[in-house]
Design a binder for this molecule. Structure first.
Ligand code: SAM
Length: 320
């Protein structure tokens, strides 16, 4: 994966921080705290470990957790192995030395799985000691076995085949296990200032997600809600995890400009891969007009005046 993708994953952490539906997250963490004994979590598509660090920093996990974070992309796991310990140390955790789990390596000799323990010691009697064993692993979500109390899939279900991923998630869960799937894209990408070509650009972007990309879809969030309703799963909570990036006082907060820049690049690549003849008449756009739309958007980004809003769905469910 490119450096810019890793930069994007790191930069989107604060966008997700604001976006995550707190009621859905609270339902998830409350249900988790009712599980017996040390809690086993599996995160699919863990990226650079942003959700893992967040849940620990926000102190919403039970006191004893074993957390298995998996990503198919080894560069994400390498970056997560660097970043997560640093973040946890900044949050006051003592982080043990990492050790390889087994001897298997992937490309460039990167260990397939490494593990470390993060502990937090209370300073008063009314606080609880925390111990989290974290394993970061290069693996395909579809080739795993586990018996987890919960599976987390953040910003993943819109880029994979939904039905087979839900089946894989079910197979990873212990009876009564939870699935927390926040930031699942659902059919709306908007920019400010508005532009007369936006609707056509968005339609082409969605067409790429639905018809050209090998998996995923532009209405994955709604499809997820439908799919959960069709299964014997209980929906515990659903809400919106919308991304809103906007310049504040003439500049982007944190590193959020990189998020918008990456979205524009992704859209440009997507649109370039859609043959115009594939599109309904009303969405077709001469290449020159499309090029100028991107030029305008990049100029607005440079001038720190481009805003970006995307609609996502957050869901927490329980299997029987
Ligand atoms: C949009 S990113 C989201 C990363 C992270 N969950 C976050 O929200 O920051 C999707 C991640 O899923 C990973 N991924 C895609 N397909 C996968 C698969 N079959 N197994 C494991 N990871 C996968 C990608 O490598 C990428 O890191």
């Amino acid at each position: 994966m490119t450096t810019s993708f890793l930069t994007y994953l790191e930069a989107k952490r604060t966008v997700d921080d604001s976006a995550l539906d707190r009621r859905v997250l609270e339902q998830f963490t409350n249900a988790l705290s009712n599980r017996d004994g040390p809690v086993r979590l599996v995160e699919l598509g863990v990226g650079v470990g942003a959700m893992l660090s967040r849940l620990i920093e926000w102190d919403v996990l039970p006191p004893r957790v074993s957390y298995r974070g998996v990503d198919i992309d080894s560069s994400c796991i390498v970056r997560a192995r660097e970043r997560v310990p640093k973040r946890l140390e900044s949050a006051g955790y003592t982080v043990g030395a990492p050790r390889s789990v087994g001897n298997e390596t992937v490309e460039d000799g990167v260990p397939k799985a490494t593990s470390f323990v993060a502990t937090w010691a209370p300073s008063s009697d009314d606080e609880t000691a925390t111990e989290i064993e974290i394993t970061l692993e290069v693996a395909d979500a579809f080739a795993l076995e586990d018996d987890a109390d919960a599976v987390i899939a953040a910003a993943l279900l819109d880029i994979v085949d939904l039905e087979s991923t839900l089946a894989a998630i079910e197979s990873l869960l212990a009876p009564g296990g939870l699935c927390y799937a926040p930031i699942t894209y659902d059919g709306s990408t908007a920019f400010t200032p508005r532009d007369s070509l936006d609707a056509s650009i968005e339609a082409q972007y969605h067409h790429h997600m639905d018809e050209v990309r090998p998996a995923g879809g532009s209405r994955a969030g709604s499809a997820l809600l439908e799919s959960v309703a069709d299964r014997p799963w209980s929906l515990l909570a659903a809400g919106s995890g919308d991304w809103v990036v906007s310049p504040v006082d003439g500049g982007y907060p944190h590193r959020e400009r990189a998020v918008v820049s990456h979205v524009l690049e992704t859209m440009a690549d997507a649109l370039a891969a859609v043959p115009s003849s594939d599109l309904p008449e009303e969405s077709r756009l001469p290449a020159e007009k499309r090029r100028r739309w991107f030029e305008r958007r990049h100029a607005e980004l440079e001038a720190e005046r481009l805003g970006y809003v995307a609609h996502n769905v957050d869901v927490v469910t329980r299997v029987p």
